[in-house]
Design a protein around this ligand. Structure first.
Ligand SMILES: O=C(O)CCC(=O)C(=O)O
Length: 301
């Protein structure tokens, strides 16, 4: 694996580990669920087929090529370093909602392969939120460490994030990382549970900027891997995660999406449902980093 960097700091080898591959446990669902409960995550390789992933990738990057952000052919995912999105698009949120509704993307993210695996993992028929976090991560960017609970825990308490690689993601292209044992960091979990993204009084301290220092201070490790198209990481709401920096010298944009899944019969959080979901803050798809032109910086969620 290439050198791993988190928020511009090289991650020392002793702080790095590989995500455990649980693909073979798909045939032993009880053991698979036990592993998810114990580790807070499972890595499953090749859940969505390569042709489905390629179609989704070309659809998304094709839209970004139309606004001058991705070079042709779009499937390569190479950034031009330029953007005409603001000139060509009336409403950035509406543009991103439209990209996020693409049929090939939805087939990969919400289709039968994902539904079957998520139902196996949750142990009952599962359903997904309609709202999708589609993430083209260009070189220079990363997602800082955070827990997902403050965003998604209002409907079901049996909710999981499904992070899907929409193409290859090498070690230097901003792969997902999980902090080993973070589902047992009770002080962090207690603090994070006070966060309410809809309240001005809420602490926002759960997003951390110095990943390497944090991991060292916990005597933990940062777990990651190189992803192939259609590889999936499922994690619970109490597992700290983020991404490494995308340092691709070739300008390759990391493409992934994350969607929340829960038992189909549990109450749904209305913020993430429907044709035009309000999202976490009420700004709909416009609140997502993906709605910003690829040339703009973002470092938080
Ligand atoms: O892919 C990313 O940049 C971050 C993913 C994430 O935060 C999530 O899946 O909840």
């Amino acid at each position: 694996m290439n050198q791993c960097v988190a928020q511009k700091t090289v991650v020392p080898d002793e702080l790095l580990g590989q995500l455990v591959d649980s693909t073979t446990l798909l045939r032993q669902p009880t053991d698979l669920r036990a592993r998810l409960a114990a580790d807070g995550y499972v890595l499953l390789r090749g859940v969505v087929g390569p042709a489905e992933v390629q179609a989704a990738r070309e659809e998304v990057f094709g839209r970004l090529a139309e606004v001058g952000e991705i070079r042709l052919p779009p499937g390569e995912g190479i950034a031009t370093g330029e953007s005409r999105r603001k000139e060509l698009v009336d409403d950035l949120g509406e543009f991103w909602r439209d990209v996020s509704k693409g049929p090939a993307l939805r087939h990969a993210s919400h289709g039968p392969s994902m539904r079957e695996v998520m139902s196996t993992l949750i142990g009952v028929p599962a359903r997904a939120h309609d709202y999708i976090f589609l993430r083209p991560g260009r070189p220079g960017q990363s997602t800082r460490l955070h827990y997902d609970r403050p965003f998604f825990a209002r409907g079901s308490d049996r909710i999981y994030t499904a992070w899907l690689a929409l193409g290859e993601v090498r070690g230097d292209e901003g792969p997902l990382m999980i902090i080993e044992g973070s589902n047992q960091f009770q002080d962090q979990i207690d603090a994070m549970q006070q966060v309410d993204y809809q309240s001005a009084q809420s602490p926002t301290a759960q997003v951390m900027s110095d990943t390497v220092e944090f991991v060292k201070s916990r005597a933990s490790r940062l777990l990651t891997t190189e992803f192939g198209p259609g590889d999936l990481v499922v994690f619970d709401m109490l597992t700290l995660h983020g991404t490494l920096d995308n340092q691709s010298a070739a300008g390759r944009v990391r493409l992934s999406c994350d969607v929340r899944w829960q038992p189909a019969t549990d109450p749904l959080d209305a913020r993430y449902q429907g044709e035009n979901p309000p999202g976490t803050t009420g700004a709909g798809y416009g609140e997502l980093n993906g709605a910003k032109p690829l040339t703009e910086d973002w470092h938080t969620r």
